[in-house]
Design a protein around this ligand. Structure first.
Ligand code: AMP
Length: 547
């Protein structure tokens, strides 16, 4: 017997309709210019109006069901309108990371066969750089008023359109078409640091289910009374779903544009009363150093969600001590829409602020309802949840990839639809996941694994160390040994021996790196992760002879 309840398609237009009806007056603030006070304000009612105008304009430009529309844009109200307008008409919003290499951007535009490019004014040089490598240069809509458009763009002068003119010429009466909830809504490529990027094609349904889960208390857990700032870019897995979750709850949104330096973020947080923010570890590391150096406090801020790469225990502790801000660790990936786990407490686990809480936050978190997570050994056998047995992390669920865009039939998931994340770690008896490495970054010394993440975490807990990376280098006897590369805190002093001695008693003797090199900076990928494959290349011939 079937249930007798209504069924409505889970589609993105329902979010913008909802927020327009229930929270029309709520604000979206965007940092727009060099001066801290350069801010644009818009309400959800106005945003919805503009999203419908954009939809009407897309129709005029012959963009319809399944067409890909690329964006090269920062976190702004216009990008938010585009998220709703493009997906709302059944087209696919293809968000591109402008920090990637030109060849990668060109590859993505070519593979996606984008029919239109929506580009922030200051990112037009990216289009210029990639244009020669494009199979076809689509028309370009510049996200600015007509009078700000450049007189000419060497590669594309004929095709420049003004976004504001397009909207002004459209009526706001556009009615969202009825869509199948399985329709593709957004396309986002993985960063492809070790090969060609691959496209992940999200459906309306997956995004809506992810949105429901993200709004749970143990996930993002914000509501209509909150002021939320996604620092994570909208081109990095849809800013972790915050644009959709914000509409689902009707919170105030604060969008930092391209101004992600610590002083700019501080101004926005303090002046707009931000109490929840999300972003990658490096952003928060810079911010907490800025707070310490300037004695600034963040009175409104309550929680910071930190993910994308491991957050160090010291960062969690420093935020608590200097600003009374609770840092919450989360884990996800492009293929998982992206949130899979968040480190929220259970009854009986450590509470903020306490040393045990800081320690627990080294773990990436517990699975959200809607996602299954397990660890397996090399033969694919499920491993115990004991917090010590390390294995390959697999996931499946409502917002997990089935296959990559244009890679049909390549076996992205196994027969039971488990997706191999490429991460390695443990799950403890409470379900908390600890990532110890990426499969590609693992160090196997004398047949045993060493966790580079654990060694990095310890290194940055040394007062003289600001950043650390541990990579495998060749060793004649043990095959691989760990090499620690670190950046010192400004004006701090420490020797190789100090750092090595610091590991004593904290990890097994054979885990201690064989060498320490002090460097001026470490390389990061376009999504803010340590660029370890690059480091391995740089130190491919590094010789460790001792031990
Ligand atoms: P991306 O698809 O660019 O978001 O990258 C996903 C990968 O980033 C994951 O598979 C992990 O290797 C890594 N990652 C994401 N969040 C964390 C975290 N909290 N701790 C450690 N690694 C993380």
């Amino acid at each position: 017997m079937l249930g007798l309840m209504q069924e409505h398609p889970l589609v993105i237009s329902s979010l913008i309709d909802f927020v327009e009806r229930e929270h029309p007056e709520q604000e979206i603030v965007t940092r727009t210019g060099e001066r801290s006070e350069d801010r644009h304000r818009i309400t959800y009612a106005e945003l919805a109006d503009r999203a419908r105008r954009l939809a009407a304009a897309l129709h005029r430009l012959d963009i319809g069901l399944g067409d890909r529309v690329a964006t090269l844009a920062w976190n702004t109200h216009r990008h938010l309108e585009i998220f709703y307008g493009v997906s709302g008409v059944g087209a696919v919003c293809h968000t591109i990371n402008p920090r990637l290499f030109a060849e990668q951007v060109a590859f993505m535009i070519n593979e996606a066969e984008d029919k239109l490019l929506l580009v922030d004014l200051d990112l037009l040089p990216v289009v210029e750089a990639v244009a020669p490598a494009l199979n076809h240069l689509p028309p370009i809509v510049v996200l600015a008023p007509q009078d700000q458009l450049p007189a000419s763009l060497p590669v594309a002068s004929a095709n420049l359109l003004s976004y504001e003119t397009l909207l002004a010429e459209s009526a706001p009466s556009f009615a969202w078409p009825a869509l199948d909830e399985r329709t593709a809504a957004v396309l986002c490529y993985t960063s492809g640091t070790t090969g060609k990027p691959k496209g992940v094609l999200y459906s309306h349904r997956a995004i809506l289910l992810h949105t429901y889960a993200a709004c749970m208390k143990d996930a993002l857990g914000f509501g209509a009374a909150d002021t939320v700032m996604p620092v994570v870019p909208m081109f990095h897995v849809m800013a972790w779903g915050i644009p959709y979750a914000a509409a689902a709850v009707g919170c105030k949104l604060v969008l930092p544009g391209r101004y992600l330096d610590a002083p700019s973020l501080c101004d926005l947080i303090i002046e707009e009363g931000v109490n929840f923010a999300a972003g990658v570890s490096t952003i928060w590391l810079n911010l907490v150093h800025h707070l310490e150096a300037t004695g600034t406090r963040l009175p409104s801020m309550e929680r910071i969600l930190c993910g994308g790469s491991p957050v160090a225990r010291t960062t969690v502790q420093e935020f608590a001590e200097h600003a009374d801000v609770k840092v919450v660790h989360a884990w996800g990936m492009t293929e998982l829409s992206p949130i899979a786990g968040v480190n929220s407490p259970k009854r009986g686990t450590a509470r903020y602020p306490s040393p045990a809480y800081f320690e627990l936050q080294k773990k990436q978190g517990r699975a959200l309802f809607g996602i299954d997570i397990k660890t397996v050994d090399e033969a694919g056998r499920m491993l115990p949840r004991d917090g010590t047995t390390s294995g390959f992390i697999k996931t499946r669920g409502h917002w997990v990839i089935e296959e990559y865009f244009r890679h049909a039939g390549e076996g992205t998931v196994d027969a039971d639809r488990w997706f191999d994340t490429g991460d390695v770690g443990t799950i403890d008896e409470h379900g908390y996941l600890l990532i110890t490495d990426r499969t590609k970054d693992m160090i196997k010394s004398g047949g045993e694994w060493i966790s580079s993440i654990e060694l990095e975490n310890l290194a940055v807990s040394h007062p003289a160390i600001a950043e650390a990376a541990v990579i495998a280098v060749k060793h004649p006897r043990w095959v691989e040994r760990p090499l620690l590369l670190c950046v010192k805190q400004p004006s701090a002093e420490a020797s190789r021996e100090d750092i090595l001695a610091f590991y004593d008693g904290k990890v097994a003797k054979w885990w201690i790196p064989d060498d320490v090199l002090f460097v001026d900076s470490l390389p990061y990928t376009a999504t803010g992760k340590l660029f370890k494959s690059e480091l391995r290349k740089q130190y491919a011939d590094y010789e460790i002879t001792g031990r």
